[in-house]
Ligand binder design. Sequence first.
Ligand code: PMT
Length: 222
Amino acid sequence: EALGPLRGWRALVTSGPTHEPIDPVRYIANRSSGKQGHAIAAALARLGAAVTLVSGPTQEPVPAGVSIVQVESALDMLAACQDALPVDVAVCAAAVADWRVKATASQKLKKEGGSLPALELAENPDILATLSRAGRNRPALVVGFAAETEKVVAHARAKLARKGCDWIVANDVSPSSGTFGGTNNTVHLLRGDTLEDWPPLSKEEVAQRLAMAIAEHLVGTG
Ligand code: PMT
């Protein structure tokens, strides 16, 4: 049993990519490795929180002391997050696919026939926005991420307002940053109107600092 400032507090963390099926053997995905989200789950657990980690498909080991729920698609991830409520804090680090294939084929699509398959897309639910507007089930603190390739802080501010979360961790995910799949991350923490630029850190250090800030906020106001 962990003894830390977050002992007795419940946390939900999302991590990794989602896989959106096209047919039984193919899917749409992205380059998230789950490193950042898993590190956050581990850091919150080290501070004593009871952590549920809802993760898309990744190669990352399950952190010690964390309850894992493995999912594939955005729809599954949303359902698993709703099942994990109520929690005191939710951190949405997953790279959830914005779109899914509208009508998943029940059999493998065949190349024969000459015509190219047209993939019609449907919009996925926004898990962060849903948690932020969960009424009496809303976590006391909802933390989102913003993955941007330009105007990182400006776009993150807009996302914070649009999604209704309390804090947002903005990171540059341009290919040159190496953020997706890499071991380091350079983030900007937006807490309402307050902006903090953090130096380049390992994803574990980002997680540790974020977990400490969450503990200060919850325990300070709780
Ligand atoms: O997994 P790694 O390789 O370690 O990489 C880490 C990371 C780059 C994936 C991570 O640091 C990160 O930025 N995660 C958020 C990725 C993302 O999809 O960002 P976004 O700006 O598209 O989405 C904004 C926020 O809404 C995020 O909190 C996201 O989890 C959430 N979202 C988005 C779409 C959706 N349908 N549901 C959501 O909850």
